[in-house]
Design a binder for this molecule. Structure first.
Ligand code: SF4
Length: 410
């Protein structure tokens, strides 16, 4: 077991020492975060304190930057971003959100520029995704762009990971890594990805990353709605993760991001999302009590009225392998291409068009995406604008009511 659960007071003290500016954050926001933090164990990995892998470590320079830029200055720009650094991948996942996207892939120089521009714009957490990001030989140089400013997280199938690769990434400043595991059963995982040997490569990668000792290591599992209904299946996945000794399970449902998932029978309901978020809280409370175990980080816990709501296009942005800029990985619409418009300009435009709301935008609006895209993804900017003309945004989430003081600044 690699996880060391830290006493909450030690976590608070180390966070305050690293970021004294927390005392300048508006009390209503600090109170909200205090309640939020109490739902997770604080764990130490690679000498840093993690709540979960979608926030910078609490005692890091990136977290101090998050507090300053996003909680105190309330910068009108994303805090979180994902960049697909390549479209290439030997595996074929049916739920891949890039599957239907096409175009001319960004080259090495262009990807470097995108990552740099996002961090300069205020991003403090950046997910390197794909395709298979490890196919980019210059991945360590991309990771190093975040040093002291942005937590860098790698999403990978695990193929091609060696001790040397893990060390190069850790030395470049990589914080956390998530290796995709669809199932504890090797045959099911390999069949789903149409790639014999995928499961073994993933397990070897997890062992290699853990052996490095400087990384926060998790598995990520994207499960269809029916699997999430099966409490026993989720429990078994968590138990399996426990045997691997990882720090975290990043759990997500399949989202209606691609035509094969445009079916209301496949989309999680709000009640189901809330039930899974409650399950996450119970699981994590047990990890805190027992002072060890795997943190459960369920995507849906961020999304509802009770927490952060949907921040697509506001605090979240996605740049796909071809340079198209989307409000989130699961939202297959483009606000522009970095080859045609400065990224800063696209981000400012997105901020105005996506005012945030208390539900997942794509779960609620996928029928409009179906109607306006004509099946061509991502939707071109003009079609995106036409679709948004039909959207009535819902109220702000509990956090965003405090953050925007009840109003949505445009
Ligand atoms: S569209 Fe859904 S998945 Fe994307 S940022 Fe919003 S809540 Fe999250």
């Amino acid at each position: 077991m690699n996880t060391r659960v830290v006493h909450p007071l030690v976590g608070v003290a180390r966070t305050l020492v690293a970021t004294p500016a927390l005392l300048r954050v508006r009390p209503s926001l600090n109170a909200f975060f205090a309640g939020y933090f109490a739902r997770f164990p604080v764990v130490e990995a690679g000498g840093r304190l993690y709540l979960h892998s979608h926030l910078p470590p609490l005692d890091s320079a990136a977290y101090a930057r998050f507090v300053r830029l996003h909680l105190i200055d309330r910068l009108q720009a994303p805090s979180h971003a994902q960049v697909a650094v390549t479209h290439a991948c030997p595996q074929r996942c049916p739920v891949c959100y890039n599957r239907d996207r096409t175009g001319t892939p960004l080259d090495e120089r262009e990807v470097h520029r995108v990552v740099q521009d996002l961090i300069d714009a205020g991003v403090v957490w950046l997910g390197l995704t794909g395709g298979e990001p490890l196919l980019r030989r210059e991945l360590p140089e991309l990771v190093a762009l975040g040093r002291g400013r942005s937590e860098m997280k790698l999403f990978t199938t695990g193929m091609g990971v060696t001790a040397r690769v893990a060390e190069e990434l850790a030395a470049a400043g990589l914080g956390s890594v998530s290796v995709s595991i669809d199932h504890w059963d090797e045959a099911i995982h390999d069949e789903g990805r149409s790639y014999p040997g995928a499961w073994r490569a993933a397990i070897r990668a997890i062992e290699t990353f853990l052996a490095n000792g400087r990384l926060h290591v998790g598995i990520s599992a994207v499960l269809p709605r029916e699997a999430l209904h099966d409490a026993e299946a989720v429990e078994r996945l968590l138990a399996f993760a426990g045997t691997l000794g990882v720090h975290e399970v990043w759990l997500s449902e399949t989202k209606p991001a691609v035509p094969s998932l445009w079916d209301s029978a496949l989309v999680l309901t709000e009640d189901e999302r809330r039930a899974l978020a409650a399950y996450q809280d119970r699981w994590n409370a047990r990890v805190r009590r027992e002072k060890g175990g795997v943190t459960l980080n369920y995507l849906g816990h961020f999304e509802g009225a009770e927490r952060f709501g949907c921040n697509a296009g506001r605090k979240m942005v996605y740049v796909d392998p071809f340079g198209e800029v989307s409000p989130c990985v699961f939202l297959p619409c483009s606000l522009g291409n970095v080859r045609e418009r400065p990224l800063q300009e696209i981000i400012a435009d997105m901020w105005r068009r996506f005012p945030s709301e208390d539900r997942c935008f794509i779960n609620r609006n996928w029928p409009l995406v179906e109607e306006f895209s004509g099946g061509v993804l991502p939707m071109a900017p003009a079609r995106t604008a036409a679709m948004l003309g039909q959207v009535s945004f819902r109220p702000l989430s509990a956090f965003n009511r405090r953050y925007y003081r009840g109003q949505r600044p445009l």
